[in-house]
Ligand binder design. Sequence first.
Ligand code: ZN
Length: 285
Amino acid sequence: MKLLRYGAPGTEKPGLLDAAGRVRDLSAVIADIGGDALRPEGIAALQKLDPESLPLVDGTPQEDLRLGACVGNIGKYICIGLNYADHAEEAGMPIPEEPIIFNKWTSAVCGPNDPIQVPRGSVKTDWEVELGVVIGKPGVYIDEANAMDHVAGFCVINDVSERDFQLNRAGTWDKGKGCDTFGPTGPWLVTKDEVADMDALEMWLDVDGERMQSGSTATLIFRIPHIVSYCSQFMSLQSGDVISTGTPPGVGMGQKPPRYLHGGETVTLGISGLGEQKSRVQKAL
Ligand code: ZN
């Protein structure tokens, strides 16, 4: 099942993608794609619905029908740093001995085709295609063996990053990770039953049609069950929390010479089976 949120920013409605690629409205069934609706019993109830029985929404998603982030009211947006060995190498940083956790402010979250804004004072705005994990069943101190019971599904994320803010402005990485529009999330939340092998998902990112990142979750250092279990040792995980699991090589910082976004570019990215994003880059006002 592919769950999505459609409509104008701030007033998105819940929907699902039917077999023909059209949007079916879920407003009469659930308030939003998020929170309790993503618990296992909530997902099971949605899976019992016949999509044909739901109202058809006008327009083609990602063309003339805007999609918001595929999860609404995200409580926590947790990111894992340096989770691909070859990306750690291009960043000139050691392979971590345990997962690096940092935070993306939820005000950064935006739709998969919304403009990415280069923040004021930015000189190093960069891209990172990542697999997003959406929590369904809440929990704390989750065993790795049970971790997937807590996952509702997966989505595409661009962990947009300002490297100068991240690395040179003192303190943690968070200053460079949570600027407005730095969290395009979607197009859809793909429930885990539709993802045959989460350890073999191809991922890619292009800037103005030129391939920059190409990788696979096969080369993750810390795999999804470990990440979910690990995060839950430090915080309880809630329904609708999102964990972005790290990026493969090919970020702008790793290009020779480095290449960054300044405005005017088009960034396209995707993960096999999870859909694609296409964002115009513009300067923040
Ligand atoms: Zn990242």
